[in-house]
Design a protein around this ligand. Sequence first.
Ligand code: NAD
Length: 386
Amino acid sequence: MKIGIPKEIVEGETRVALIPSLVPTLTKLEHDVMVEIGAGAGASFSDAEYEAAGATLIDDVVELYQRADVIFKVRPLDWHPKANRSEVDLLREGSVLIGFLAPLSHMETIAKLLDKKISAFAMELIPRITRAQSMDALSSMATVTGYKAVLMAADHLGKFFPLLMTAAGTIPPATVLVLGAGVAGLQAIATAKRLGAKVEAFDPRPAVKEQVQSLGAQFIEMEVPEDVETAGGYAKEQSEAFLQKEREVISQRLPKVDVIITTAQVFGKRAPVLITEEMVNLLRPGSIIVDLAAEQGGNCALTKPNEIIEHQGVTIFGPVNLAATIPVHASQMYAKNVVNLFRHLFPSPEKSFDFEDEITRGACVTHNGEIINDMVKEAMKVRTGG
Ligand code: NAD
């Protein structure tokens, strides 16, 4: 099969969907890899490296899309300024697309994918099951994000993170509070610990306490309702009464906290507000909040996506694409996830997709003019009133 890697077009996107060292994995399986010139530049992968690894370089993006049987992408399809049409219009009829597709917020694109009989697979819809861990791009990107959030905070805090005993006196460690200890939160805890901070964390899912403690952080004890998580291991939406109690427990700690990293999310819902304006006022001037839920509405009431807010001496960051700030390893992890999904979908080129398989069915948005993923199907029905 011919696999095409276009250059990402969204401003500020530095990642690429395939890195040179993974080209031979595909060529050994007798696939051809075509890479748009400059596709890896944002992540410091040169055209020469792709060529040396066995890929063909293509200058014209229209030609790349037309020749490709399969396209690997990072970001959802968008308007292509150079081609002067949407990326969805560049796809060849009946071809395969793999990438983050944000299907629920791109319904018009889905309609076009249906018309063009594209087999589209969304990385964010891959079921979070053990068998699919090697394809789990959400976890890969959350790992990058959790790490970088701590570095951002450390960079802006006017204090050291570690305890220092110097001739000029003893400096106590910074106190970091992490709210939400899923993949990003656990990586934030681990990173803050490595930098020597005193770390505290909370997450309502019971399994998390042990994970937090195993990283050397203190788990904040709180009474939680019994049914906090779904069968799939995700947090359910919490009642306002619980969130109010959570805010009270957090408030007690705020006067001593230097940095707060928030990552709390509930799948398909607005992120819970865990820090109100009054709570921000309890922080000492110079404190930092990095709100990783900014795109989902924010865990802090004052957060604005992609902005830095100053409020009574406290700085609140609402970063939206932190993964793109560590492009080499973010691309490496993402590309590995994509290649693993591709190999799962095509154990051999002749085989048709096995929609009995939970991963294939779960990740597939459209195939042969039909919506396959149940959640996307429901959303489309609601939208079209069908
Ligand atoms: P996420 O990004 O959806 O949410 C982040 C965290 O926010 C979660 O840990 C959630 O419990 C927490 N949260 C929700 N409401 C909160 C509140 N009121 N206060 C504080 N925290 C709150 O989650 P994620 O990081 O993508 O993953 C979450 C779960 O999925 C974990 O159980 C993880 O182990 C599991 N998972 C499993 C696999 C796998 O088996 N393949 C892969 C990845 C993740």
